[in-house]
Ligand binder design. Structure first.
Ligand code: ADP
Ligand code: UDP
Length: 237
C-alpha cells in the first residue's frame, strides 16, 4: 500500500507529525526551528531539519541491526520519514557518560569529568512543569511505565549508549550525553521513538573537545550550522 500523507496531528518545537492512510504509521517532518531553555530561546539553524532527519534514520537503522526496536520505517524526503505510530511514554530518558549541562550545575562539578559508569536519569515530559527530574519510584507510582517496562527501557537505553559510544569513537567523537524517548505500539511493544541528533545529544570532538551539537546554539557560541554539518559528514551522510 502506498503511504499517503494526511492531516497534521501535532506541531512541536522541532518537528511536525502527520497522520497517514495507515493508522499504525505517521510521518514526521523535521523543521529548522531551534529552541532552548524550554522554548524561551528561539531561532533557526539552516538545514538542521535535514541533518536531524537523516542522522536519526541512519542511527536508528543501525540500532535495529543491534536488536533495538525503533520507530523507523522509511525516509521519504530530505526532511520526512515514515515511522511507526506510538503512544509516547512521557519520559525523557537521559544517559550520561561525561559531566555536562544540568548535571554539572546540580552537583557543582565542572563539565568534562568522565563518569565511572553510565548514568541514567529520567525527566517527566511536561513543558509547563519544565520537565522535572523523577526517579523509578515516581514513574511506577504515577503509572507512566510499569516496573517491567522501565527495565526494558533502561536496558535499551544502555545498549543504545554502548553502541553509539563505539560507533562515534571511530569517527573521532565523544558521546557526552543524550536524551531518548520511547513509545508503545498498538500491540503494547516498547520501541525507541523520537530522534537521535545533535539536538538531543552532546557530541564533543575527541581531539579538540569542540562542541558539535546544540550547545553552540544554547550558549550563543556561533557555528551551529557548521557543527551539524560536521556531524553529518563524520557519519558519512
Ligand atoms: P516537542 O513536542 O518537545 O516540541 P518535537 O518538535 O520533536 O518535540 O515534536 C515531535 C513530537 O512527536 C514529540 O512530542 C514526540 O514525543 C512525538 N513523537 C516522536 N516519535 C513519535 C512516534 N513514533 N509516534 C508518535 N509520536 C511521536
Ligand atoms: N536533552 C534533550 N531535550 C531536553 C533536555 C535534554 O534532548 O528537553 C538532551 C540534551 O541535548 C543533552 C542531554 O539531554 O544531550 C542532557 O541534557 P541536560 O539535562 O544536561 O540539560 P540541558 O543542559 O540541555 O538543559
Amino acid at each position: 500500500m502506498d503511504i499517503v500523507k494526511g492531516k497534521q496531528l501535532y506541531e512541536g518545537k522541532a518537528k511536525k507529525v502527520f497522520e497517514t492512510n495507515d493508522p499504525n504509521l505517521v510521518i514526521v517532518d523535521y523543521k529548522d526551528d531551534a529552541t532552548a531553555f524550554n522554548g524561551e530561546k528561539k531561532g533557526t539553524i539552516h538545514d538542521k531539519g535535514i541533518v536531524n532527519n537523516k542522522m536519526s534514520d541512519f542511527l536508528m537503522s543501525l540500532l535495529e541491526k543491534e536488536g533495538i526496536p525503533t520507530h523507523f520505517v522509511k525516509e521519504i524526503s530530505d526532511r520526512e520519514t515514515i515511522v511507526k505510530k506510538v503512544t509516547i511514554i512521557p519520559l525523557e530518558v537521559i544517559v550520561r557518560n561525561i559531566t555536562a549541562g544540568s548535571l554539572s550545575k546540580r552537583v557543582g562539578k565542572p563539565e568534562g569529568i568522565k563518569l565511572s559508569v553510565p548514568v541514567i536519569e529520567y525527566s517527566y515530559k511536561d513543558d509547563e512543569l519544565g520537565d522535572p527530574m523523577v526517579n523509578d519510584y515516581h514513574i511506577i507510582s504515577f503509572g507512566w511505565a510499569t516496573k517491567e517496562e522501565l527495565a526494558v527501557i533502561a536496558d535499551y537505553a544502555l545498549k543504545v549508549n554502548a553502541f553509539l559510544i563505539n560507533y562515534l569513537k571511530d569517527v573521532g567523537v565523544d558521546l557526552v550525553d543524550f536524551k531518548l524517548e520511547f513509545g508503545k505500539t498498538a500491540d503494547g511493544t516498547i520501541i525507541l521513538a523520537d530522534e537521535i541528533s545533535p539536538d538531543t545529544c552532546r557530541f564533543w570532538d575527541s581531539k579538540t573537545g569542540e562542541k558539535l551539537d546544540k550547545d553552540r546554539f544554547r550558549r550563543n557560541m556561533g557555528g551551529e550550522e557548521e557543527a551539524y554539518q560536521e556531524m553529518f559528514k563524520r557519519l558519512g551522510l
